[in-house]
Design a protein around this ligand. Structure first.
Ligand SMILES: O=c1ccn([C@H]2C[C@H](O)[C@@H](COP(=O)(O)OP(=O)(O)OP(=O)(O)O)O2)c(=O)[nH]1
Ligand SMILES: [Mg+2]
Length: 148
């Protein structure tokens, strides 16, 4: 059993009767979250899907909203902004920005598991503005500069 953090969760009126996010298996990295609304996502469309809950993440952590591979592979449904970032100071409803990359419409049902939440520690940084950066072998080479 790895260390756990505690995240406060508040069920919103539109989340009444829905399961809260939960791990599907003992070793799951993500808690599955369900849709709090029903809609059909047309090909190429996107929608911020309601989840019916809000959370308060401890300072020093974020929660990532990640797609489910089954929906991606079978239906072309993904999180457009993956991984979505839930800030520790956000108190609004968690939403899942789903996009349909397939050529068929996809029906999202209320209660359907649409994404997963993965908490992660956050490393913040202070910027130190300088006139010159140190030299490296790579230098400014990037974007395929080392070949295929
Ligand atoms: O998949 C997501 C991504 C974000 N959010 C919420 C929580 C997050 O804390 C807030 C802001 O997200 P982000 O910083 O990614 O978006 P932004 O476009 O930079 O908005 P803002 O100006 O509000 O920071 O929106 C979600 O509910 N789901
Ligand atoms: Mg932001």
């Amino acid at each position: 059993m790895t260390a756990e953090i505690t995240i406060a969760i508040k069920r919103l009126p539109n989340g009444e009767g829905l399961p809260l996010p939960a791990y599907a298996t003992a070793g799951a990295a993500g808690m599955d979250i369900v849709a709090a609304e029903a809609l059909t996502l047309e090909p190429g469309a996107r929608h911020a899907v309601a989840t019916g809950f809000a959370i308060a993440i401890p300072e020093g952590y974020e929660v990532q909203v990640r797609p489910r591979s089954g929906l991606a592979l079978k239906n072309g449904i993904t999180c457009l902004n993956t991984p979505g970032t839930i800030d520790s100071d956000y108190r609004g409803e968690v939403k899942v920005i789903l996009a349909n990359l397939s050529v068929e419409g996809f029906a999202i049902e209320r209660g359907m598991r649409i994404a997963q939440l993965v908490p992660a520690p956050v490393q913040r940084a202070r910027l130190d503005e300088v006139d010159a950066l140190d030299d490296t072998d790579r230098g400014a080479g990037g974007f395929g500069s080392t070949g295929r």
